[in-house]
Write a protein that binds this ligand. Structure first.
Ligand code: COA
Length: 183
């Protein structure tokens, strides 16, 4: 009889295949519940949500992480303008707490950035923790270069150039890309 201790479920996670898939309309409820659990009702006052009021995220550039059928993480991207330069706003990036620190967030980020680049986008902006996002190459936006609607901590406004030099000379207010706004 095998008397070895039971292997922890999480120790097995690397053996389970994690799928990163484009978001579908059917994912909306599960993602909303994940955001509610992670960010709570206060999320609606955040600056990034002000922009999301006007423009939908792009399903083809938003991704879910699943283990089997279980949704364990999500990242979304939506079209914005920085001044008159088109860019993407990344977020929220969320991973279910029991599945954190196992590379799920990084896999979601890498897929979102890679597909954005392949689809011809040049810049991705987000509001988040620099120590985390700098791991994949996000950099702080120099103070005064951009403004956002509503309350925002400008130390947390970060940018990723999908094309080298794409942020050079770009500045101004950040807002929804009105050409893609909801009717
Ligand atoms: C931030 C978040 C998405 C990371 O997902 P994850 O799957 O745990 O991340 P990864 O496994 O790719 O990376 C884990 C590493 O990042 C570090 N890390 C996680 N959150 C961090 C943060 N806010 N700041 C700095 N480092 C962070 C971990 O300590 C870990 O470090 P290690 O590799 O040295 O052990 C997840 O913690 C989360 O959902 N948090 C709550 C929601 C949130 O804050 N989202 C971001 C703002 S939109």
């Amino acid at each position: 009889m095998d008397r070895s201790p039971p292997r922890c479920y999480f120790a097995d996670m690397n053996d389970l295949s994690l799928s990163i898939l484009p978001e579908t309309t059917g994912d909306a409820q599960a993602i909303e519940r994940l955001h509610e659990r992670t960010f709570g009702p206060g999320r609606y006052v955040l600056s990034a949500y002000r922009i999301r009021e006007h423009v939908d995220h792009l399903l083809e550039l938003s991704f879910t992480a699943r283990i089997g059928t279980l949704l364990v993480g999500s990242v979304r991207q939506l079209p914005i303008l920085i001044g008159d330069t088109p860019a993407l706003l990344l977020g929220p990036l969320t991973v279910e707490p029991p599945f954190r620190d196992r590379g799920v967030g990084r896999r979601l980020l890498e897929r979102a950035l890679e597909d954005a680049r392949v689809q011809g986008h040049r810049l991705v902006l987000l509001v988040g923790d620099e120590p985390y996002y700098s791991r994949v190459g996000f950099k702080q936006v120099p103070k005064g270069r951009v403004t956002m609607p509503g309350p925002v901590d400008y130390d947390r406004v970060l940018v990723f150039e999908l094309v080298e030099g794409a942020f050079e000379g770009v500045s101004g207010p950040i807002g929804p890309d009105w050409s893609k706004a909801r009717a």
